[in-house]
Design a protein around this ligand. Structure first.
Ligand SMILES: C[S@@+](CC[C@H](N)C(=O)[O-])C[C@H]1O[C@@H](n2cnc3c(N)ncnc32)[C@H](O)[C@@H]1O
Length: 230
């Protein structure tokens, strides 16, 4: 069965390679025109269908289920997502938030941000459940306190943008004091070369960061800060 799964994966990858490079326009057009508008499950299934045949930047179903499990367990009120792309992970998060739950999602490319926002709306979510910030993560993180209003805290952060930017953004979040004790960080592609400074930072501070689980390069961490040692 494992060999069969491996062969299927190889075949899928080979098919995808013949379909060119990742395209936000193609992803958006496919999902927009093939899903049932207003039905969140249909939106996700249509992303999965696209992902079977075309190259895509979305985290996909396996990591998506990992994300679901983390969100369901953490029951966050405020979630920050860095790297929205076409809105796949945003939709997964939003469907699991409680009535008071809010998502701030960041995408540096304005056209991509528009397309991702449209997919979130198509899935049936409305403002102010979520807010799209079309700017680089560094800018979004710098102004995060103003966005959080009276809450002034984040319960969960998903990093799936530019691995070379992970540490800078994390340090900025630490500095502005918006991470609540117990805040969950879910960090994708954490083991790639550009992610090394981030990994070294958290591994050097076991009193501040507890490493929980990881799946295919996506790592779950908890921010334990309760003193000045961090
Ligand atoms: C891997 S995709 C995100 C996929 C998305 N999380 C999902 O699963 O559907 C990364 C996205 O982050 C954006 N990005 C890269 N660097 C960024 C930065 N510094 N600030 C904000 N967005 C960034 C890219 O434009 C791209 O759309």
């Amino acid at each position: 069965a494992e060999l069969l799964a491996f062969c299927r994966q190889l075949f899928t990858q080979a098919v995808k390679l013949t379909r060119g490079t990742v395209s936000i326009n193609k992803t958006h057009a496919f999902v927009f025109s093939n899903c049932t508008h207003g039905q969140v499950d249909s939106v996700l299934e249509t992303f999965h269908l696209y992902d079977l045949t075309y190259p895509s930047l979305c985290i996909g179903q396996v990591k998506g289920e990992f994300l679901d499990e983390v969100v369901s367990r953490a029951t966050p009120q405020w979630v920050l997502e860095l790297g929205m792309h076409c809105g796949y992970s945003s939709v997964r998060i939003l469907r699991l938030l409680g009535p008071a739950g809010r998502l701030l999602t960041v995408e540096q490319d304005p056209e991509t941000a528009d397309k991702g926002e449209e997919i979130i709306l198509v899935a049936g979510f409305k403002h102010p459940q979520f807010q799209v910030l079309a700017c680089p993560s560094a800018e979004a993180v710098t102004g995060i306190q103003a966005r959080l209003g009276v809450a002034q805290h984040l319960d969960m952060v998903l990093m799936d943008h530019d691995t070379g930017q992970y540490l800078t953004d994390l340090l900025a979040l630490e500095r502005c004091g918006v991470l609540t004790p117990g805040c969950v960080l879910l960090v994708n592609h954490v083991f790639c070369l550009k992610g090394r400074p981030f990994l070294e930072h958290i591994q050097a501070r076991p009193q501040c960061y507890a490493q929980c689980r990881q799946l295919q390069g996506m790592m779950e961490l908890t921010w334990n800060r309760a003193s000045d040692v961090c």
